[in-house]
Design a binder for this molecule. Structure first.
Ligand code: AMP
Length: 404
C-alpha cells in the first residue's frame, strides 16, 4: 500500500507517523512512533493505529548519538521490518522565514535557504533540517516536503507583522512570525465541518500544550498571534516565560553576567510553569499539587490566556467563537473552566457537564460565544500537504484557498 511518512525531529527525539494513501487521496494513519532519549537513553517505540505495540527497544547511547542516527534506525525499522517504502516524506520545519508561505518540495537549494533561518530558531531548525539532509543524501529519489509552523501566519497584515524597531531589522527578518501554524491550519480546515456558521467569522484558537499560543482568525485566516519573532513570546509555557519585558534580558546580561547562550537556555528551558512553580512543567502535576507556587503558576497561566484573549478580540473587533486545542486545551476541563471564567466579560459561559465530558461544544446554551474543543492533528496536515505536492498540485495557500 502506498504511504506517506511524516517526520517531526527535535533535539532529543524524532517522532514519525505513517499514513496509508487510500482511494481518492484519503489518508489513514497506520503507525505512530518515535525515537527519544537521543544522546542519553535512546529508545524506539512504535504503535499501530489502534495503539497496538509494534516496537519497543532500547539502544546503546553510542548507536543513537544524534538526529541523523535516530532517523537511520527508524528508517531501517520501517523499511526492513514493516516493509514500508514511503512515496514521500513530509517534515515539520519550524521556520519558513519571510519567504515560505506554503509547504514546499525540498531540494538542496531549498535546504540552503532554510539554513538561513537557523539563527531565527536555533533550538529547532537545525534538528528539523537534519533528517531532510540525511534522506537527501541516502535516498535522493524520495520526494520530501517541508511544512512550516510559520506559513499559516503569513496572511498577517503589516501591523501584525512589525515590531516598532527600525525598518532595516524588519527587512533582515526580525518580524512577528507566529508559530503552531500547522495546528491552526488543521483547526481552520476542520471548522467548516464542525461549526459552519462560525467558520468564516471571528475565532480565537488557543493551542495550549507544552508550547502554547493563541491565534486570531477571520475568514479562516490568521490575522494575529500571541507569538512573534521566536516561540518565546506570548503565553507562559511549560518551560518558556511568554511575554517578558526585554529589560529582563538586559538585566540577566548586565547584572547576572549571563552570555547570550546562557540566556537562551534559561528562557527556553527554565522559565514558564516550571520556573514559576518550582514544581513541574507538566500541567497535570501542577493541577494535582497543593504547593502554593504550583497554584500561582496555574493562576498565572489562565490569567495570561485571559489577557491575551482580550488583545486578540480587540484585533478581531469582536469574538464569534473560541476553540481549545492541544494537550492542555483538549484534556484539562479544569483549565478550560478557569479560562472561560476569565472570558466571562465577553459573554462566554460553559456547560459544566459538556466540559467534563470533553464534548466538542462545551459552551452553555446561554453563552454569547460558542466554545469548542477540537483535537488538533498537525501530522495529518503535513501528510495532506505532502500528498498534494506529490500529486503535482500546489499545496494550498491559505490566502487563495476557500477553507470550507
Ligand atoms: P502537547 O505539547 O500538546 O502534547 O501537550 C502536552 C501538555 O499537555 C503536557 O505538558 C501536559 O501538561 C498537558 N496535559 C496532557 N493531558 C492533560 C490532562 N489530562 N490534564 C492537564 N494537562 C494535560
Amino acid at each position: 500500500m502506498d504511504s506517506i511518512l511524516v517526520v517531526n525531529a527535535g533535539s532529543s527525539s524524532v517522532k514519525f507517523q505513517v499514513f496509508a494513501v487510500e482511494c481518492e487521496g484519503r489518508l489513514r494513519r497506520t503507525i505512530k512512533g518515535q525515537i527519544d532519549g537521543i544522546g542519553s537513553r535512546p529508545r524506539l517505540r512504535a504503535n499501530g493505529a489502534g495503539g497496538d505495540p509494534m516496537a519497543d527497544r532500547a539502544y546503546p547511547i553510542e548507536a543513537v548519538g544524534d538526529v541523523p542516527a535516530a532517523m537511520e534506525i527508524a528508517g531501517a525499522w520501517l523499511r526492513n521490518e514493516v516493509r514500508i517504502q514511503p512515496l514521500a516524506v513530509g517534515h515539520r520545519v519550524v521556520h519558513g522565514g519571510p519567504d515560505f508561505e506554503r509547504p514546499v518540495l525540498v531540494d538542496h537549494g531549498v535546504v540552503a535557504r532554510l539554513e538561513r533561518f537557523v539563527a531565527l530558531a536555533p533550538l529547532h531548525q537545525p534538528h528539523n533540517l537534519a533528517p531532510i539532509r540525511s534522506i537527501l543524501a541516502g535516498f535522493p529519489a524520495v520526494p520530501q516536503v517541508a511544512c512550516f509552523d510559520t506559513a499559516f501566519h503569513r496572511t498577517h497584515g503589516p501591523l501584525a507583522d512589525h515590531y516598532a524597531i527600525p525598518h532595516q531589522l524588519h527587512a533582515e527578518g526580525v518580524r512577528r512570525y507566529g508559530f503552531h501554524g500547522l495546528s491552526y491550519e488543521y483547526i481552520s480546515r476542520s471548522l467548516p465541518q464542525i461549526a459552519p456558521a462560525i467558520a468564516k467569522r471571528r475565532v480565537i484558537v488557543a493551542h495550549l500544550g507544552s508550547g502554547a499560543s493563541m491565534c486570531a482568525m477571520k475568514e479562516g485566516l490568521s490575522v494575529e498571534s500571541t507569538m512573534g519573532f521566536t516561540a518565546l513570546d506570548g503565553l507562559p509555557m511549560g518551560t518558556r516565560p511568554g511575554q517578558l519585558d526585554p529589560g529582563v534580558v538586559l538585566y540577566l546580561i548586565s547584572e547576572k553576567g549571563m552570555t547570550a547562550a546562557k540566556v537562551q537556555d534559561f528562557l527556553y528551558r527554565d522559565c514558564g510553569l516550571k520556573g514559576l512553580s518550582g514544581v513541574s512543567n507538566d500541567m497535570r502535576e501542577l493541577e494535582a499539587s497543593t504547593d502554593p507556587q504550583a497554584k500561582l503558576a496555574v493562576d498565572y497561566f489562565t490569567y495570561r490566556i485571559g489577557l491575551n484573549a482580550g488583545m486578540l478580540a480587540a484585533a478581531l473587533q469582536g469574538l464569534d467563537a473560541f476553540v481549545f486545542t492541544a494537550g492542555i486545551g483538549e484534556n484539562s476541563s479544569g483549565i478550560r473552566v478557569r479560562v472561560a471564567e476569565r472570558l466571562g466579560w465577553l459573554g462566554v459561559a460553559l456547560d459544566a457537564a459538556a466540559n467534563d465530558r470533553h464534548s466538542r461544544l462545551i459552551s452553555a446554551k446561554s453563552s454569547l460565544v460558542p466554545v469548542y474543543v477540537i483535537p488538533t492533528d498537525e501530522e495529518l496536515m503535513i501528510a495532506q500537504h505532502t500528498l498534494s505536492l506529490l500529486m503535482g498540485g500546489q499545496s494550498p495557500n491559505p490566502r487563495n484557498e476557500r477553507v470550507s
